[in-house]
Design a binder for this molecule. Structure first.
Ligand code: MG
Length: 410
Protein backbone atom coordinates (compact mmCIF):
# COMPACT_ATOMS: atom_id res chain seq x y z
CA UNK A 1 0.00 0.00 0.00
CA UNK A 2 1.47 3.32 -1.09
CA UNK A 3 2.37 5.56 1.83
CA UNK A 4 0.74 9.04 1.69
CA UNK A 5 2.86 12.17 1.19
CA UNK A 6 1.76 15.69 2.01
CA UNK A 7 0.99 17.76 -1.12
CA UNK A 8 -0.87 20.76 0.33
CA UNK A 9 -1.85 22.50 3.57
CA UNK A 10 -4.92 24.73 3.74
CA UNK A 11 -6.08 26.82 6.68
CA UNK A 12 -9.49 28.44 7.09
CA UNK A 13 -10.32 30.74 9.99
CA UNK A 14 -13.87 30.54 11.29
CA UNK A 15 -15.93 32.24 13.99
CA UNK A 16 -18.61 30.15 15.70
CA UNK A 17 -21.15 31.81 18.05
CA UNK A 18 -21.30 31.11 21.78
CA UNK A 19 -24.52 31.17 23.79
CA UNK A 20 -23.22 34.27 25.62
CA UNK A 21 -19.87 36.07 26.12
CA UNK A 22 -17.66 34.11 28.58
CA UNK A 23 -15.58 36.08 31.12
CA UNK A 24 -12.22 35.10 32.60
CA UNK A 25 -9.60 36.85 34.70
CA UNK A 26 -7.83 38.35 31.69
CA UNK A 27 -10.81 39.42 29.60
CA UNK A 28 -13.51 37.53 27.76
CA UNK A 29 -14.55 35.46 24.78
CA UNK A 30 -16.73 38.08 23.12
CA UNK A 31 -19.67 35.90 22.12
CA UNK A 32 -17.83 33.62 19.70
CA UNK A 33 -14.81 31.41 19.31
CA UNK A 34 -12.34 32.16 16.53
CA UNK A 35 -10.56 28.99 15.41
CA UNK A 36 -8.45 28.04 12.41
CA UNK A 37 -9.30 24.76 10.70
CA UNK A 38 -6.39 23.03 8.97
CA UNK A 39 -6.65 20.55 6.11
CA UNK A 40 -3.52 18.59 5.22
CA UNK A 41 -3.91 17.00 1.79
CA UNK A 42 -1.97 13.93 0.63
CA UNK A 43 -1.21 12.34 -2.74
CA UNK A 44 -3.41 9.34 -1.90
CA UNK A 45 -6.47 11.56 -1.64
CA UNK A 46 -6.69 11.39 2.16
CA UNK A 47 -7.15 14.77 3.86
CA UNK A 48 -6.24 15.08 7.54
CA UNK A 49 -7.94 17.60 9.84
CA UNK A 50 -6.36 19.90 12.42
CA UNK A 51 -7.49 22.90 14.47
CA UNK A 52 -5.81 25.79 16.24
CA UNK A 53 -7.09 28.59 18.47
CA UNK A 54 -7.14 32.16 17.31
CA UNK A 55 -6.82 32.96 13.68
CA UNK A 56 -7.14 35.58 11.09
CA UNK A 57 -4.80 36.25 8.23
CA UNK A 58 -1.75 35.67 10.43
CA UNK A 59 -2.79 32.08 11.25
CA UNK A 60 -3.67 31.31 7.66
CA UNK A 61 -0.32 32.73 6.52
CA UNK A 62 1.56 30.86 9.26
CA UNK A 63 0.18 27.54 8.01
CA UNK A 64 0.90 28.52 4.40
CA UNK A 65 4.48 29.20 5.54
CA UNK A 66 4.84 25.59 6.70
CA UNK A 67 4.37 24.24 3.18
CA UNK A 68 8.04 24.81 2.34
CA UNK A 69 8.95 22.47 5.23
CA UNK A 70 6.27 19.83 4.77
CA UNK A 71 5.46 19.26 1.10
CA UNK A 72 6.57 15.65 0.47
CA UNK A 73 6.58 14.79 4.19
CA UNK A 74 5.42 11.28 5.15
CA UNK A 75 2.68 11.72 7.82
CA UNK A 76 3.88 8.52 9.57
CA UNK A 77 7.11 10.30 10.52
CA UNK A 78 5.96 12.10 13.67
CA UNK A 79 9.37 12.54 15.30
CA UNK A 80 10.79 13.95 12.07
CA UNK A 81 7.81 16.33 11.90
CA UNK A 82 8.63 17.61 15.37
CA UNK A 83 12.24 18.40 14.50
CA UNK A 84 11.40 19.77 11.05
CA UNK A 85 9.31 22.58 12.53
CA UNK A 86 10.00 22.62 16.30
CA UNK A 87 13.77 22.27 16.61
CA UNK A 88 14.44 23.83 20.05
CA UNK A 89 17.05 26.31 18.88
CA UNK A 90 15.08 27.37 15.81
CA UNK A 91 12.06 27.74 18.12
CA UNK A 92 13.80 30.63 19.84
CA UNK A 93 13.21 32.57 16.61
CA UNK A 94 9.98 30.89 15.42
CA UNK A 95 7.94 29.19 18.12
CA UNK A 96 5.67 26.89 16.17
CA UNK A 97 4.43 24.66 19.00
CA UNK A 98 0.75 25.36 18.38
CA UNK A 99 1.12 25.14 14.61
CA UNK A 100 2.86 21.80 15.09
CA UNK A 101 -0.04 20.59 17.21
CA UNK A 102 -2.57 21.28 14.45
CA UNK A 103 -0.37 19.56 11.83
CA UNK A 104 0.20 16.59 14.17
CA UNK A 105 -3.59 16.21 14.65
CA UNK A 106 -3.95 16.15 10.85
CA UNK A 107 -1.12 13.62 10.40
CA UNK A 108 -2.63 11.32 13.05
CA UNK A 109 -5.94 11.68 11.21
CA UNK A 110 -4.23 10.80 7.89
CA UNK A 111 -2.40 7.76 9.30
CA UNK A 112 -5.57 6.52 10.99
CA UNK A 113 -7.58 6.93 7.80
CA UNK A 114 -4.81 5.29 5.76
CA UNK A 115 -4.74 2.24 8.06
CA UNK A 116 -8.49 2.26 8.73
CA UNK A 117 -8.04 2.59 12.51
CA UNK A 118 -9.04 5.25 15.07
CA UNK A 119 -6.30 7.54 16.42
CA UNK A 120 -6.55 5.91 19.87
CA UNK A 121 -5.26 2.68 18.30
CA UNK A 122 -2.13 4.58 17.19
CA UNK A 123 -1.60 5.79 20.77
CA UNK A 124 -1.72 2.52 22.68
CA UNK A 125 -5.39 1.62 22.43
CA UNK A 126 -8.40 2.93 24.30
CA UNK A 127 -8.98 2.14 27.95
CA UNK A 128 -12.45 3.76 28.02
CA UNK A 129 -15.26 4.32 25.55
CA UNK A 130 -16.19 7.78 26.79
CA UNK A 131 -14.51 10.69 28.53
CA UNK A 132 -16.23 12.44 31.42
CA UNK A 133 -16.32 16.25 31.57
CA UNK A 134 -16.82 18.95 34.19
CA UNK A 135 -19.57 21.55 33.74
CA UNK A 136 -17.13 24.44 33.21
CA UNK A 137 -19.14 27.39 34.51
CA UNK A 138 -18.26 30.93 33.48
CA UNK A 139 -19.37 34.33 34.58
CA UNK A 140 -21.11 35.59 31.46
CA UNK A 141 -22.32 38.85 29.95
CA UNK A 142 -25.84 38.87 28.55
CA UNK A 143 -25.96 37.98 24.86
CA UNK A 144 -27.39 40.19 22.10
CA UNK A 145 -30.90 39.07 23.04
CA UNK A 146 -30.26 40.27 26.61
CA UNK A 147 -30.13 36.71 27.95
CA UNK A 148 -27.59 34.41 29.54
CA UNK A 149 -25.96 36.72 32.10
CA UNK A 150 -24.16 34.90 34.96
CA UNK A 151 -23.14 37.36 37.67
CA UNK A 152 -25.26 36.82 40.79
CA UNK A 153 -25.47 33.79 43.06
CA UNK A 154 -28.93 32.88 41.76
CA UNK A 155 -27.82 33.20 38.14
CA UNK A 156 -24.80 30.96 38.77
CA UNK A 157 -26.80 28.25 40.53
CA UNK A 158 -29.57 28.35 37.91
CA UNK A 159 -26.97 28.03 35.16
CA UNK A 160 -25.22 25.13 36.92
CA UNK A 161 -28.52 23.30 37.54
CA UNK A 162 -29.50 23.77 33.90
CA UNK A 163 -26.16 22.41 32.62
CA UNK A 164 -26.30 19.44 34.98
CA UNK A 165 -29.87 18.67 33.97
CA UNK A 166 -29.08 18.98 30.26
CA UNK A 167 -25.69 17.23 30.12
CA UNK A 168 -25.47 15.20 33.36
CA UNK A 169 -22.25 16.66 34.78
CA UNK A 170 -20.87 15.28 38.06
CA UNK A 171 -18.07 17.83 38.47
CA UNK A 172 -18.29 21.63 38.37
CA UNK A 173 -15.49 23.97 37.46
CA UNK A 174 -15.85 27.69 38.10
CA UNK A 175 -13.77 29.86 35.79
CA UNK A 176 -13.16 32.75 38.14
CA UNK A 177 -10.81 35.64 38.85
CA UNK A 178 -13.39 38.15 37.57
CA UNK A 179 -14.96 39.47 40.80
CA UNK A 180 -13.41 40.24 44.22
CA UNK A 181 -12.18 37.01 45.85
CA UNK A 182 -14.61 37.17 48.80
CA UNK A 183 -17.56 37.45 46.42
CA UNK A 184 -16.31 34.49 44.38
CA UNK A 185 -15.67 32.55 47.61
CA UNK A 186 -19.32 32.95 48.62
CA UNK A 187 -20.52 31.78 45.20
CA UNK A 188 -18.08 28.88 44.96
CA UNK A 189 -19.04 27.56 48.39
CA UNK A 190 -22.73 27.82 47.47
CA UNK A 191 -22.05 25.94 44.24
CA UNK A 192 -20.33 23.12 46.13
CA UNK A 193 -23.21 22.91 48.60
CA UNK A 194 -25.78 22.88 45.79
CA UNK A 195 -24.31 19.60 44.46
CA UNK A 196 -23.03 17.76 47.55
CA UNK A 197 -22.41 14.50 45.65
CA UNK A 198 -20.34 16.18 42.93
CA UNK A 199 -16.79 17.51 42.90
CA UNK A 200 -15.76 21.13 42.32
CA UNK A 201 -12.72 22.98 41.04
CA UNK A 202 -11.91 26.69 41.24
CA UNK A 203 -9.74 28.29 38.54
CA UNK A 204 -9.10 32.05 38.70
CA UNK A 205 -6.45 31.92 35.92
CA UNK A 206 -3.65 32.98 38.26
CA UNK A 207 -5.38 36.23 39.28
CA UNK A 208 -4.62 35.93 43.01
CA UNK A 209 -1.50 36.99 44.85
CA UNK A 210 0.19 34.09 46.68
CA UNK A 211 -1.21 35.33 49.99
CA UNK A 212 -4.73 35.74 48.59
CA UNK A 213 -4.53 32.25 47.06
CA UNK A 214 -3.51 30.77 50.43
CA UNK A 215 -6.33 32.60 52.22
CA UNK A 216 -8.87 31.49 49.59
CA UNK A 217 -7.56 27.92 49.48
CA UNK A 218 -7.80 27.50 53.25
CA UNK A 219 -11.40 28.78 53.09
CA UNK A 220 -12.43 25.99 50.68
CA UNK A 221 -10.43 23.08 52.14
CA UNK A 222 -13.61 21.48 53.52
CA UNK A 223 -15.26 21.23 50.06
CA UNK A 224 -15.16 18.26 47.70
CA UNK A 225 -12.36 19.80 45.60
CA UNK A 226 -10.80 17.97 42.67
CA UNK A 227 -7.90 20.39 42.86
CA UNK A 228 -7.01 24.09 43.20
CA UNK A 229 -6.25 25.24 39.64
CA UNK A 230 -3.76 28.04 38.96
CA UNK A 231 -4.82 30.25 41.88
CA UNK A 232 -1.61 32.25 41.45
CA UNK A 233 1.08 32.68 38.80
CA UNK A 234 4.36 30.83 38.60
CA UNK A 235 6.01 27.66 39.85
CA UNK A 236 7.38 29.44 42.91
CA UNK A 237 4.06 31.02 43.81
CA UNK A 238 2.28 27.70 43.32
CA UNK A 239 4.89 25.96 45.50
CA UNK A 240 4.16 28.40 48.34
CA UNK A 241 0.40 27.80 47.94
CA UNK A 242 0.94 24.02 47.90
CA UNK A 243 2.90 24.20 51.15
CA UNK A 244 0.11 26.13 52.90
CA UNK A 245 -3.14 24.67 51.51
CA UNK A 246 -4.38 21.08 51.86
CA UNK A 247 -5.86 20.81 48.34
CA UNK A 248 -3.92 19.33 45.40
CA UNK A 249 -2.65 22.05 43.06
CA UNK A 250 -3.20 21.92 39.31
CA UNK A 251 -1.96 23.95 36.35
CA UNK A 252 -2.44 24.45 32.65
CA UNK A 253 -0.13 27.46 32.56
CA UNK A 254 3.20 26.87 34.24
CA UNK A 255 3.84 23.20 33.38
CA UNK A 256 3.18 23.04 29.64
CA UNK A 257 6.45 21.57 28.39
CA UNK A 258 8.95 18.88 29.39
CA UNK A 259 11.49 21.33 30.83
CA UNK A 260 8.88 22.66 33.23
CA UNK A 261 7.65 19.15 33.99
CA UNK A 262 11.19 18.08 34.92
CA UNK A 263 11.54 21.13 37.17
CA UNK A 264 8.24 20.26 38.83
CA UNK A 265 9.34 16.67 39.43
CA UNK A 266 12.58 17.82 41.08
CA UNK A 267 10.95 20.54 43.16
CA UNK A 268 7.19 19.98 43.27
CA UNK A 269 4.75 22.87 42.88
CA UNK A 270 1.96 21.10 41.04
CA UNK A 271 0.12 17.87 41.87
CA UNK A 272 -2.09 17.56 38.79
CA UNK A 273 -0.85 18.45 35.31
CA UNK A 274 -3.64 19.58 32.97
CA UNK A 275 -2.64 18.37 29.51
CA UNK A 276 -3.67 20.52 26.55
CA UNK A 277 -3.22 18.99 23.11
CA UNK A 278 -2.46 22.43 21.65
CA UNK A 279 -0.28 23.96 24.39
CA UNK A 280 1.92 20.84 24.56
CA UNK A 281 2.27 20.70 20.77
CA UNK A 282 0.13 17.66 19.98
CA UNK A 283 -1.63 14.59 21.30
CA UNK A 284 1.57 12.54 21.34
CA UNK A 285 3.40 15.05 23.53
CA UNK A 286 0.50 14.83 26.01
CA UNK A 287 0.70 11.03 26.02
CA UNK A 288 4.45 11.25 26.68
CA UNK A 289 3.91 13.81 29.46
CA UNK A 290 1.22 11.61 31.02
CA UNK A 291 3.73 8.73 31.05
CA UNK A 292 6.22 10.91 32.94
CA UNK A 293 3.44 11.82 35.37
CA UNK A 294 2.54 8.14 35.75
CA UNK A 295 6.17 7.36 36.58
CA UNK A 296 6.40 10.07 39.23
CA UNK A 297 2.78 9.56 40.35
CA UNK A 298 1.63 13.07 39.52
CA UNK A 299 -2.03 13.45 38.53
CA UNK A 300 -3.18 14.33 35.02
CA UNK A 301 -6.35 15.68 33.46
CA UNK A 302 -7.35 16.89 30.00
CA UNK A 303 -7.40 20.67 29.56
CA UNK A 304 -9.56 22.77 27.26
CA UNK A 305 -8.23 25.87 25.55
CA UNK A 306 -11.50 26.33 23.65
CA UNK A 307 -12.43 23.91 20.91
CA UNK A 308 -14.60 22.98 17.99
CA UNK A 309 -15.20 19.34 17.11
CA UNK A 310 -11.78 18.57 15.63
CA UNK A 311 -9.91 19.73 18.72
CA UNK A 312 -12.53 18.04 20.91
CA UNK A 313 -11.80 14.79 19.07
CA UNK A 314 -8.08 15.16 19.96
CA UNK A 315 -9.08 15.56 23.62
CA UNK A 316 -11.32 12.48 23.47
CA UNK A 317 -8.63 10.30 21.89
CA UNK A 318 -6.14 11.55 24.49
CA UNK A 319 -8.57 10.89 27.34
CA UNK A 320 -9.30 7.44 25.96
CA UNK A 321 -5.71 6.19 26.17
CA UNK A 322 -4.42 7.63 29.48
CA UNK A 323 -4.27 4.94 32.18
CA UNK A 324 -3.79 7.55 34.91
CA UNK A 325 -6.79 9.76 34.05
CA UNK A 326 -8.92 9.85 37.18
CA UNK A 327 -10.37 13.36 36.86
CA UNK A 328 -13.06 14.54 34.47
CA UNK A 329 -11.83 16.65 31.56
CA UNK A 330 -12.63 20.29 30.82
CA UNK A 331 -14.36 21.53 27.67
CA UNK A 332 -15.76 24.89 26.64
CA UNK A 333 -17.75 22.89 24.10
CA UNK A 334 -21.25 23.10 25.63
CA UNK A 335 -21.14 26.91 25.41
CA UNK A 336 -21.05 26.72 21.59
CA UNK A 337 -24.17 27.10 19.48
CA UNK A 338 -22.90 25.01 16.56
CA UNK A 339 -19.93 23.08 15.18
CA UNK A 340 -18.18 22.64 11.83
CA UNK A 341 -18.24 18.83 11.87
CA UNK A 342 -20.77 16.58 10.16
CA UNK A 343 -23.65 15.84 12.53
CA UNK A 344 -23.26 19.12 14.45
CA UNK A 345 -22.33 19.34 18.12
CA UNK A 346 -21.28 16.08 19.79
CA UNK A 347 -23.59 15.09 22.64
CA UNK A 348 -22.95 14.67 26.34
CA UNK A 349 -24.59 11.68 27.98
CA UNK A 350 -24.42 11.55 31.79
CA UNK A 351 -21.63 14.14 31.69
CA UNK A 352 -19.49 12.22 29.19
CA UNK A 353 -18.84 12.23 25.44
CA UNK A 354 -18.28 9.02 23.48
CA UNK A 355 -14.82 8.60 21.96
CA UNK A 356 -15.16 8.64 18.13
CA UNK A 357 -14.56 5.17 16.70
CA UNK A 358 -14.25 5.98 12.97
CA UNK A 359 -10.86 5.96 11.20
CA UNK A 360 -8.44 8.73 12.20
CA UNK A 361 -9.90 11.36 14.51
CA UNK A 362 -13.34 10.03 13.59
CA UNK A 363 -14.85 13.41 12.66
CA UNK A 364 -15.61 14.83 9.21
CA UNK A 365 -15.69 18.44 8.10
CA UNK A 366 -19.11 19.86 7.21
CA UNK A 367 -18.05 22.02 4.27
CA UNK A 368 -21.26 24.03 4.25
CA UNK A 369 -20.76 24.94 7.91
CA UNK A 370 -17.08 25.68 7.30
CA UNK A 371 -18.06 28.12 4.56
CA UNK A 372 -20.84 29.65 6.65
CA UNK A 373 -18.59 30.30 9.67
CA UNK A 374 -15.63 31.44 7.57
CA UNK A 375 -18.01 34.05 6.14
CA UNK A 376 -19.16 34.94 9.67
CA UNK A 377 -15.51 35.46 10.60
CA UNK A 378 -14.91 37.67 7.54
CA UNK A 379 -17.93 39.78 8.48
CA UNK A 380 -17.28 40.09 12.21
CA UNK A 381 -13.50 39.63 12.61
CA UNK A 382 -11.57 38.57 15.68
CA UNK A 383 -11.81 39.81 19.26
CA UNK A 384 -9.26 40.78 21.92
CA UNK A 385 -9.20 37.79 24.29
CA UNK A 386 -7.37 39.91 26.89
CA UNK A 387 -9.97 42.67 27.07
CA UNK A 388 -13.55 42.79 28.35
CA UNK A 389 -16.36 44.37 26.30
CA UNK A 390 -18.02 45.71 29.47
CA UNK A 391 -14.88 47.39 30.80
CA UNK A 392 -13.40 49.85 28.27
CA UNK A 393 -9.77 50.73 29.01
CA UNK A 394 -9.41 47.93 31.59
CA UNK A 395 -6.64 45.38 31.49
CA UNK A 396 -5.69 42.78 34.08
CA UNK A 397 -2.67 42.89 36.36
CA UNK A 398 -1.02 39.72 37.69
CA UNK A 399 -1.75 39.41 40.56
CA UNK A 400 -4.95 41.26 39.82
CA UNK A 401 -6.54 43.92 42.03
CA UNK A 402 -8.84 45.50 39.44
CA UNK A 403 -11.91 43.30 39.95
CA UNK A 404 -15.24 43.76 38.21
CA UNK A 405 -18.11 45.13 40.32
CA UNK A 406 -20.56 42.36 41.31
CA UNK A 407 -23.42 44.90 41.39
CA UNK A 408 -23.08 45.89 37.73
CA UNK A 409 -20.68 43.39 36.15
CA UNK A 410 -18.54 46.27 34.83
MG1 MG B 1 -7.06 26.67 33.89
Amino acid sequence: MKRPKIIDIRATTVAVPLEAPLRHSNGAHWGKFVRTIVEVETDTGIIGLGEMGGGGESAELAFAGLKQYLIGHDPFEFEALRFKICNPTASLYNNRTQLHAAIEFACLDIVGKHLGVPVYDLLGGKLRDEVGFASYLFFRHANEAGEGEVRTLDQLLDHARELKQKHGFHAHKLKAGVYPPDYELELFRALAHEFPGDTVRYDPNAAHSVEEAIRFGRAIEDLNNDYFEDPTWGLNGMRRVREAVRIPTATNTVVINFEQLATNVRDPSIDVILLDTTFWGGIRACVKAAAVCETFQLGVAVHSSGELGIQLATMLHLGAVLPNLVFTADAHYHHLKDDIIVGGLMKYVDGAIAVPTGPGLGVELDREKLGQYAEYYRQTGGYPYDRDPARPGWFALTPNTRWADPKTGA
